[in-house]
Design a protein around this ligand. Sequence first.
Ligand SMILES: NC(=O)c1ccc[n+]([C@@H]2O[C@H](COP(=O)([O-])OP(=O)(O)OC[C@H]3O[C@@H](n4cnc5c(N)ncnc54)[C@H](O)[C@@H]3O)[C@@H](O)[C@H]2O)c1
Length: 256
Amino acid sequence: MRAIVTGAARGLGEAIATRIVEDGGDVVLVDVDPAVEVTAKRLSAKAPAATIAGVVADVALVEECASAVSGALAVLGGVDLLVNNAGIGGPSTPVVSTEPEAFRHVLDVNLVGTFLVSRLVASAMLAQGAGGSIVNMGSLFGQQGVPGGAAYSASKAGVALLTQSMARELAPQGIRVNAIAPGHMATEMHWDELRARAERAGTSFEEQLAAVRAEIPLGRHGTGADIAGVVTWLASADASYVTGQTIGVNGGVFHN
Ligand SMILES: NC(=O)c1ccc[n+]([C@@H]2O[C@H](COP(=O)([O-])OP(=O)(O)OC[C@H]3O[C@@H](n4cnc5c(N)ncnc54)[C@H](O)[C@@H]3O)[C@@H](O)[C@H]2O)c1
């Protein structure tokens, strides 16, 4: 398995890259944060025989995506799996007080970034002629709008239908495109959100943590391993009849 994982310097992306390597695959980790090179070195130390590289690139920028993807293809000698995991949380402000640039930036990273990397990797997969798998990171909040989360929700809802459209376009060539919609995951992104909520509400981080946990039927936050397991399944032959789907990985949380 030759994989490209974006947003892999830390969090869910790092966990996904780690699982790919544990399963015997090769991986290029892409991230805007130069720490991605440290993450890649850490992974290489665990699996010296694997091909692993870290590439610094902003998925919102056309030229940086082009050089990251061509570099990754050269390192890996082709690509079987792309995981579009890079994402940002965005402003926690009501629409009426959200600056247009802040709104656009969330769309640029979460939605346009997914499109930019996907179009390049899908074209490489088409040229290889052997199918492939693309997994996009949506969100629970791409399935349900929330006050103060308009940009994030809109971006992740966009990811779900970008996923469906690409799945239908690429199905004849055996390229499957799916999305995962994580719920409340134990990562820095979620801790930042809880800190912001605590500040707004004048409560403690611990109170916010307990309140979120109480909403999760399975009684715990999700982990990178929970997401990595589903990525692994989606990329495997066991999911060969699954495309265009958004799979909730959320401990049973759902909204109507
Ligand atoms: N943590 C959660 O509760 C949760 C819930 C639902 C969905 N998600 C989604 O899962 C994905 C991973 O989230 P996480 O919790 O691991 O967050 P995180 O903040 O820990 O990691 C995100 C990574 O993406 C990178 N990144 C951000 N902007 C980038 C850009 N423009 N180009 C390249 N890399 C960029 C960051 O540097 C970081 O390493 C995101 O798409 C996020 O929206 C997370």
